[in-house]
Design a protein around this ligand. Structure first.
Ligand SMILES: Cc1cc2nc3c(=O)[nH]c(=O)nc-3n(C[C@H](O)[C@H](O)[C@H](O)COP(=O)(O)O)c2cc1C
Length: 192
């Protein structure tokens, strides 16, 4: 198993996968890493639907994406989204103490105010998945260029659950070099 540092350095977006299924035991480790992610007020809004090779996967790619090499070749797609009811004050899906902070009601316009939080928290959980997948010898690729509403409709998600991205998962069939990153100097804001 790689160290966290090694996994961070080794991770790449993988767009070509071997036509080999991902063992359920590894898939569960990937999902467990998402479950353990931190979130503001421990909201845990993330939700995941695992789609394996088959007719549903084909339909989703055809009708709810703009085409993606990564999704096509991946044996597993994890549809990642958020349960927005976790943001409603005092809701049974919201964390204890949530009566003090959150949406006033379940109105879609009210829930929308919490979309940035839902995005941020879910992105942390997805990052956990990408890193543990790397450590387990698997590859991932975020594919966010999808038709969100269409994906939710095809999967039968209710209105209060939003699709945020998909994650392709499988055994890498390519070993791409690191993609460029801007230097630390550029991203560090200095005093004065
Ligand atoms: C939020 C997010 C959305 C992305 N969406 C796509 C996508 O729709 N299609 C794709 O091929 N790659 C997508 N990527 C992968 C990026 O292109 C990739 O992370 C970036 O080029 C850096 O390469 P690396 O991941 O190999 O370091 C996405 C990555 C992130 C984090």
């Amino acid at each position: 198993m790689l160290t966290v540092k090694e996994a961070i350095e080794k991770r790449r977006s993988i767009r070509k996968f071997k036509p080999v299924p991902v063992p359920d035991e590894l898939l569960m480790q990937v999902l467990e890493a998402a479950r353990l992610a931190p979130s503001g007020t421990n909201r845990q809004p993330w939700r995941f639907q695992v789609i394996k090779d088959g007719p549903l996967k084909k339909k989703l790619i055809e009708e709810a994406t703009f085409g993606s090499e990564a999704l096509n070749s991946a044996p597993v797609i994890i549809v990642c989204g958020a349960e927005m009811l976790t943001f409603v004050k005092g809701h049974q899906l919201a964390p204890p103490g949530s009566q003090y902070y959150g949406a006033e009601n379940e109105d879609p316009e009210e829930l929308k105010k919490f979309a940035p939080d839902a995005n941020m928290y879910t992105a942390i959980a997805i990052t956990h998945m990408t890193l543990i997948a790397t450590a387990l010898g698997l590859g991932t690729c975020w594919v966010q260029r999808i038709k969100f509403g269409q994906m939710a409709r095809l999967l039968g998600w209710p209105r209060h659950m939003t699709v945020l991205t998909t994650l392709a998962l499988g055994y890498p069939d390519e070993d791409p070099p690191p993609r460029p990153r801007v230097p630390l100097d550029t991203i560090l804001i200095k005093e004065g």
